[in-house]
Design a protein around this ligand. Sequence first.
Ligand code: ZN
Length: 286
Amino acid sequence: MEKTESQHRNDIIDVCKRIHANGWVAANDGNVSVRINQNTVLCTPTGFSKGYLTSDQLIKVNLDGEKIEGFLQPSSEMKMHLDVYKNKENINAVVHAHPPFSTGFAVAGIALDECIMPEIIIGLGSIPLTKFGTPSTMEIPENIRPYLKDYSVFLLQNHGALSIGGDVYQAYYRMESLELFAKINFIARLLGKVNILSENEVKKVIKIREQFGLDTENYPGCRIDGKVIKKADEAGNINFESSRDKFDKTIEYADKSRYFDKIVLTKEMLVEIITAVVKNVLNYYK
Ligand SMILES: [Zn+2]
């Protein structure tokens, strides 16, 4: 069932409070919008903290940015939101904030585009760094536009992050995934090593993504040493058997092969068997 305008207003306020509570915005930073029909967008006002907004303070504008309803003024960054709605289908929500780890990478000029974590490869592919644009001008949307086709989350150089989605919660969760990924990446850098997955490992992850039925056309993939991996073709055989299944099969095999001189076990199976035996022995003496 389609959401009512009042539900959309409540969703925006909920997301604004989460952004504020997460520490992704200071003072009046950040903005959120939802497209409630083809030519109408509900958005946050300029000059207000996202932590204390009320649903009656939201503003309705058309895709040209003209105010249709509301007693406050729309955010000056609404140009960036409207440009997304005009240039990408099936997007009905945009979230902009300054999450500190993501923004740290944006300030350092480092895109989060390497193949590092399966969740990011499956959900987002990677996150590009878009060129700096003067706030509230068309420079920002113009710098984001080339990446719109494939990406759904963006680092804005020396500024912050932007996420887009089919609804406001999808856009919000994408921002959440970005910020956690940036934080983990930062910690790995502090520890002195960021292991990049191998091409074969990445292709297997992308294969899983394809099996989820996710869009394979508009997908950016991720990078290994400058090479972009975005398709699962030629991926090695994926063995979906859990080690538990393997263990059961091994026992079955071992049982059947009692009349043979030798059985073949992988190291993983052997460790599992020994662990189970030791646990049993320990339980016996408890
Ligand atoms: Zn901003």
